[in-house]
Design a protein around this ligand. Sequence first.
Ligand code: ADP
Ligand code: MG
Length: 872
Amino acid sequence: MTPAMRQYTAIKEKFPDCVLFFRMGDFYEMFFEDARTASRALNIALTSRSKDKNLPMCGIPYHALETYLARMVKGGHKVAICEQVEDPKTAKGVVKREVVRVVTPGTITEDFLLDEKSPNLLAAVFAGKAKGEDSIGLSTADLSTGRFTTREFGGERRFSSLIDELARLAPKEIVVPDNEPDNKANGLSPLLKNSDIVFEEIDEFAFDGEEARRRLTAHLGVTTLEGFGITDDGAVSASVSAAGAALYYIQRNSPKAAKSINTLRMIGAEGEMEIDSASLKNLEIVANLADGAREGSLLEILDRTKTAMGARLLRERIVRPLNNTEAIQKRQDAVTAFFNDSVAREKLRSVLGEVSDFERAAGRIAGGNFNPRDFSSLLNSLERLPDAHDAALAADSEPLNAILDLDRWDNVEELKNLLEKAVNRDHPATFKAIGFIREGYDAKLDEIRSLGSSSRETIKKMEKSERASMKIPTLKIGYNKIYGYYIEVTKKHAEKVPQNYIRKQSLVNCERFVSPELKEIEEKLATADEKARELEDSLIDELRQKVVDDINRVRAAAFAIAALDVASALAETAKLHDYCPPEIARGRELRLAESRHPVIERMMTEENFVPNDISIDEKSPHLLVVTGPNMAGKSTYLRQVALAVLMAQMGGYVAARSAVIGIADRIFTRVGAQDRLQKGLSTFMVEMVETANILNNATDRSVVILDEIGRGTSTFDGISIAWAVAEFLARKGARTIFATHYHELTDLAATEPHVANFNITAREYKDRLVFLRKIEPGPADKSYGIQVAKLAGLPDETLKRARQVLRKLEKMEFGADGKPRLKAEGAEDESQLSFFDVRGHPVFDALKNADPDEMKPIDAINFLQKLKEMLD
Ligand code: ADP
Ligand code: MG
């Protein structure tokens, strides 16, 4: 083995699970298995070493790292980047090399690898203790913005809370301790399956409580974590372990980027409405059900933000609505401020349109992995801050003050002024070329640069003088990377060149020379450039330090921009789509007039969306059974009500003419499970797991929507379960809408006082089925299935037979007492027996058909006897 290969092997051993990009001169080389992986992932040729034919290798040019890295990361590979960490010219023996960074999905910061509209989170999860109780810690870090948080889940439901939270956050990578073999079995796996989240097991030592606390305090430069809202009472909690492990992972993989993390936030769940992961998915809040993309989601419809910071904040709000009236009202008032004042809104939005993602740019600068563009976009954005402030003041600033404190608005002026002086706005795209620092910022740099440009000037003049003195009008002075500056003459003039000029290169038609004079100037130029480079580098580092010093102010400004952006964007959407501000109530009312489904109404092209109402209040029934044929619009209705509650509680407007919404503590949904089979759970099992969650956790403050539950099993099972579930929820008091194709469930209303029937029907018109889309009181017409079959062209005979069978089946729904069989046992009460109830009974028919006038006394006695027998 060559010394370089020995070095390679030693380094590779430390990063067995990564593809090692090994820097050799102008290339990153991959060897062995890594070479095979990379050649496949990057679609580049696999070769072998000239010395060793059995050693597979491939390589990429160093300057193309970004492009290739993006492909590796998208392909789900971890990449360890190994650089030469000393100057090859001065190195003795093999150049020293080190892995400077491991690129993992959760630790990337480069904008070309990130989605600007969502955070890029690394999560660490630890099951441990807090105050002596079992608890789960979850910490997340976003290296692109420096946001670092931790939180804790306790109690019986801690695991499902964790899953729900992970579904909301959608981290790119989750770190767990490697000592727990059942980590995956624990239930994280269904979440991870079919998602592109990378699961990373690391040394459990990283989670050790004391070690974690020490690491956090050392990194954050504090002596106690109490300032971050973490009680430091000696017992280290699971949330500290998780945060410590996240930091450990970042420090190990991306030591430079770890610098962007300078604070930790302890998150409590108070004040937030809970949406479980199933609802998040079913209601298509941030992603559609079909392919998981953003298209067709509520977020896509609502998102009219102008900045990346605003887009990310909106996403956060939509998955984390509030349940605190005051907080919701404050947000809503801010939207109203912009809703009512389109001039201020337009003004602000045009300012925001010029603000770039300076939160991430500043994060990259602080983290040390930045390019010139990050400085200029920070500068350009800081320059827009005063205008954004003015625009906010121009609107009704009272409500905006409640969310932002406009009086203490900070334009981060000093940093902006400094960058204005320092940054050349037409800077080169990379730091390789000089010219990032603006002229006039540093006298020394200007001097060195003018030396350089005067040398270039001299070379220009030399071209003229050489032409004249040699009498070669076509003589040129050119430059290339290998030979530097040269004098080029065509072959036929070559002998005119003075003897002391050195021939450098012969081409087909011309010869290239250097003169001693040219050589001298070139050297001057090279030293000037080198000096300029060095000086620029140190000036850039000074600037970087200034950004680090002001990073919290920059982040606060980024938040202010995001908050204004979200408020004005929601106002814009509300204006465009005709939404109304909901009245946030404290009771259990849920009243919507002319409500629409915000997503479906936007997708309709042919017909118009038909608005519908809902009216639930303290006294009226709060469980609505909605029946109607397939395609009538039941599912749509259910979802639009749930979405209205969510939109209201995130502090926005809702798609209705008017709305009164009593705060919900949680929204639960249980809807069709067609697409879950691939997860290995049967549809019915999934359905029951989700239903169990609802029954165990719904309160009288919850909003529940159940769409066709019980569909996954046999009819009788299904009806029974659906019946029992509905009855349970009706008694519990949760505001529930229950869509079902089991007509039997409409009987619930007969016995449960809190249940009401509604239907969405269709009408036959000539040979068409017309969907009216209007919800109305009462159960749907039973025979709609057969109606639909008729319209579909089933033969008359078949339809006739189907009606007969249906009638028979319908008879069986009633017991001997003539009451619906499904009615609750406990509700039996003689006094409630009405004439109507016994109509189906044979005694009734017998009596009806009997004619006492024709009976002899003995016949009458016999008849009475028969009736008695029939009853028994
Ligand atoms: P169901 O659950 O009753 O089978 P869906 O709610 O799935 O019906 O609705 C079927 C289709 O009908 C929807 O995709 C939509 O195109 C249309 N639709 C539903 N509700 C409405 C409405 N209120 N106005 C107009 N079209 C509607
Ligand atoms: Mg449906």
